[in-house]
Structures are given as structure tokens and as C-alpha cells.
Design a protein around this ligand. Structure first.
Ligand code: CO
Length: 180
């Protein structure tokens, strides 16, 4: 089922999401709905809070043709995000990160806005899959950026908070105008 996406500056986007302790049918339904919702908006990643659920769960599905994409969160329309390619991360924790990289990011909760953001280039992350099995993943490309962007949502942060003061001010002004 496609759920409604929480749009900035909705206060729910500031919530610190809670750890998942039960890996049950309700969690699976949430993850399945998140995939459908993400696909319906041509997104590449989504955190549970973006559908209003404050639980530490996120999904990422990098389009097959976009593996070398130049922008994270950019809308795309090809049918190249098979469900089995979806990375589902529950209670993720960054074990290691190093390097820096600037990447253009976007977010389904701030549709139509793309800005350069600096993050770690390489991350190693521990997480649980939907069955409660512990997993680790390591990446130094597009996926590493996606993981950091989505993990920020679990801690109530959105990518525009990483912009410079002036860019942030400009964004807020333009966003307010658009909301009218
Ligand atoms: Co986002």
C-alpha cells in the first residue's frame, strides 16, 4: 500500500526514531509499503519516518542504470528497481567512516530540491535485515551516500541542514514561497 509522504517542514521529520525490537509481520508490511511508496515517487531511498512511522528502518534501491548516477535522490522513471534489489536496514549503526565526498542530494520529503552535500566517502555499517539477522555492508560510492542520507532521517535530520547558512536561508525563502 502506498502511504503518504511526510513533507518538510513537518515536525515529525525531527523525531529521533525508536529501535526495532520485534521483527514481525507489521515490520514487513511497513517495509513493503515503503518500497511501494518510494517507487510511486521515483525515489531511491526512504526512511520510515518519511511515511510517519518513527522506527529505525530505512530502504534503499539504487536503480540498475543509475549505479554511476551523479545525484542522490534524483527522480528517474525507468523500471529498473526490482524489489529483490532493495536494501532494507533496521537499527543501522555506522562502525567506520572515512574520507569526504561532495554529492548532489535530493529527498522525497523536500521534493524538487537538489543541493551538494559533503559526507564521508566510505562507510561500514552494521544493521539487521527484516528477519532480525545481523548484517554488515561496506561501500565507498553512491550507496555510501544513500546510507548516510537515510540514516540522518532516523536521527531527525534532513540534508538541507548540512547547507551553508546562506544557502539554507535561500532554500527556506524559496520553500516558503512554494508552500503558499
Ligand atoms: Co531524505
Amino acid at each position: 500500500m502506498i502511504r503518504e509522504i511526510v513533507v518538510y517542514p513537518d515536525k515529525r521529520l525531527k523525531l529521533i526514531s525508536k529501535e526495532v525490537s520485534v521483527f514481525d509481520g507489521a515490520l514487513h508490511e511497513l517495509l513493503d509499503d515503503m518500497y511501494e511508496t518510494m517507487r510511486s515517487k521515483n525515489g531511491v531511498g526512504l526512511a520510515a519516518i518519511q511515511v510517519g512511522v518513527d522506527t529505525r528502518a530505512l530502504i534503499i534501491n539504487i536503480p540498475l542504470a543509475d549505479e554511476e548516477g551523479e545525484s542522490y535522490g534524483e527522480e528517474h522513471s525507468q523500471n529498473d528497481q526490482p524489489k529483490e534489489n532493495t536494501l532494507e536496514m533496521i537499527n543501522p549503526v555506522i562502525l567506520k567512516k572515512d574520507g569526504t565526498e561532495k554529492f548532489q542530494e535530493g529527498c522525497l520529503s523536500i521534493p524538487g530540491v537538489y543541493e551538494d552535500v559533503e559526507r564521508a566517502k566510505h562507510v561500514k555499517v552494521e544493521y539487521y535485515d527484516r528477519h532480525g539477522e545481523k548484517q554488515t555492508i561496506e561501500d565507498d560510492g553512491f550507496l555510501a551516500i544513500a546510507i548516510q542520507h537515510e540514516m540522518d532521517h532516523l536521527d531527525g535530520k534532513v540534508f538541507i541542514e548540512k547547507l551553508s547558512f546562506l544557502k539554507r536561508k535561500k532554500f527556506e525563502k524559496e520553500w516558503a514561497k512554494r508552500q503558499k
